[in-house]
Design a protein around this ligand. Structure first.
Ligand SMILES: Cc1cc2nc3c(=O)[nH]c(=O)nc-3n(C[C@H](O)[C@H](O)[C@H](O)COP(=O)(O)O)c2cc1C
Length: 162
């Protein structure tokens, strides 16, 4: 990786995020999931969220066509799921507990929250595409702690509030 790109990534890594797995199922293909931290809320009315996908991702041919996806927000004990679904070319959900949502996409059981989405728009954005999803159904847990990502590593919430 070029030095400038590495520095830019390091600078971006100062911004702590949660970790999500985006799941989908294209017709006639096995369900897949990819780990992302680019998830963001966008609009309340209509309810819109977004995430961005590297154009070089093996999952690009699928996410550039599907009409729906589900955002699964990971819990702090989901590090293994996050690592597994961020391995290049290995996005199978085999062996993971899932259920099919009303949008036809698999949802990870035990996620902290799920947002079932229909694809609202895709925007070209440099070496990524931005996928905007219109939330058609969501569920969340009142308790439980999120998996966090900061400076290229996993973190948990510090105990207590500031
Ligand atoms: C914490 C974390 C966050 C990530 N966020 C994104 C993201 O927002 N968008 C993206 O395209 N890839 C992201 N990745 C990389 C993908 O999960 C995955 O490693 C990469 O797409 C693997 O290559 P493949 O998609 O060609 O199989 C992230 C990886 C990790 C570990």
């Amino acid at each position: 990786m070029a030095e400038d790109t590495r520095k830019f990534r390091n600078a971006l890594g100062c911004f702590a995020t949660g970790v999500a797995v985006i799941t989908t199922q294209a017709e006639g293909r096995a369900p897949i999931g990819i780990t992302v931290n680019s998830f963001s809320s966008v609009s309340l009315d209509p309810p819109l969220v977004l995430w961005s996908l590297d154009k070089k991702s093996d999952t690009m041919p699928i996410f550039s066509k599907v009409e729906a996806f589900t955002v699964n927000i990971l819990r702090e004990d989901h590090r293994e799921i996050s690592s597994r679904l961020s391995k290049q070319g290995d996005h199978s959900l085999e062996g993971l507990a899932t259920r099919t949502g009303a949008n036809g996409c698999p949802a990870l059981e035990d996620a902290l929250a799920h947002f079932e989405c229909d694809v609202y728009a895709r925007h070209d954005a440099g070496d990524h595409i931005i996928l905007l999803g219109r939330v058609t159904h969501y569920e969340y847990s009142e308790d439980g702690r999120p998996l966090l990502y900061h400076r290229g590593g996993y973190q948990g919430l510090a105990a207590g509030n500031f």
